[in-house]
Design a protein around this ligand. Structure first.
Ligand code: BTN
Length: 264
């Protein structure tokens, strides 16, 4: 059972919670209810039967073992700014894990990685509200208390959990509340003033990609370059072998490290 009320210090994130024992996907449910829900409503499930990852992948979401949740956001921003919300989510999770004594890395824009293995993924989706505006659904999956045997064979060398890393059971309530508290703190300046200064600082300082060789995959075009910065807009700056520099907006490409760490 997840019950976080006593740990929440937020004004609106998590004030309404829809809690499910089993659900197909919290993102799907959040999209369904977005129109009739307040901003900050959180959909949480103990288990997802059709948990979804980026690029049409599945997200393994066994019962009672992780944090599988989605936040309904109504930021009133242009579509081109939506990708910043993923970075805010990643920074909020990063801060929460640091508090647990873990120093993870962020694989721009949406993965949290420990020791080269993925521990958290973020799937941000948009729902059309009317002709000009969108709701945003940010779904976060954190592998909290999964054991080795909870991961399917093909993920065993790519994914890990906080319990495996810490060798101790994680208090999911405290962790979820901490992520939501951090998220609101970082989201409000963005929503009100388009300010993501702290988010960019966290993304840069903890990036697994910066100063590394990366493969940038757009459709069926693949190029190799070096990730040289995350700019103030949250774009990944890549320098290609021919000296050309490109600013990449999250969501439009798949970025892969060249050193064997997780791909997404
Ligand atoms: C990825 O790394 O590919 C993104 C994974 C996102 C998983 C979360 S779990 C809660 C929410 N509901 C879903 O179906 N997906 C997201």
């Amino acid at each position: 059972m997840i019950d976080i009320k006593k740990y929440l210090t937020t004004n609106f994130i998590g004030k309404n919670i829809e809690y499910y024992d089993t659900i197909e996907s919290t993102n799907i449910k959040a999209k369904e209810i977005a129109g009739s829900s307040d901003e900050g409503t959180v959909v949480i499930a103990e288990e997802q039967t059709m948990g979804r990852g980026r690029l049409g992948r599945n997200w393994t979401s066994p019962k009672g073992k992780g944090l599988w949740f989605s936040i309904v956001l109504k930021p009133n921003i242009n579509v081109d700014k939506v990708s910043k919300i993923t970075l805010i989510g990643a920074a909020a999770v990063h801060k929460a894990l640091k508090k647990l004594g873990i120093i993870p890395q962020i694989k721009w824009p949406n993965d949290i990685v420990i020791g080269g293995k993925k521990v958290c993924g973020i799937l941000t989706e948009m729902v059309l509200q009317d002709e000009n505006s969108y709701f945003v659904i940010m779904g976060i999956g954190i592998n909290a208390n999964l054991s080795e045997e909870d991961f399917p064979e093909e993920l065993k060398d790519k994914a890990t959990s906080l319990k495996i890393v810490k060798r101790a059971e994680i208090d999911r309530n405290k962790l979820l509340a901490c992520v939501l508290n951090n998220f609101e703190e970082l989201y409000v300046p963005f929503k009100e003033n388009d300010d993501i200064l702290e988010v960019i600082k966290i993304s840069r300082e903890n990036s697994i990609l910066l100063n590394k060789e990366v493969r940038i995959i757009k459709g069926n075009i693949e190029r190799t370059g070096k990730a040289i910065d995350i700019d103030s807009e949250g774009q990944l700056i890549v320098e290609y072998k021919d000296g050309k520099i490109e600013a990449i907006l999250s969501g439009e490409v798949s970025v892969r490290g060249m050193e064997g760490y997780v791909d997404s």
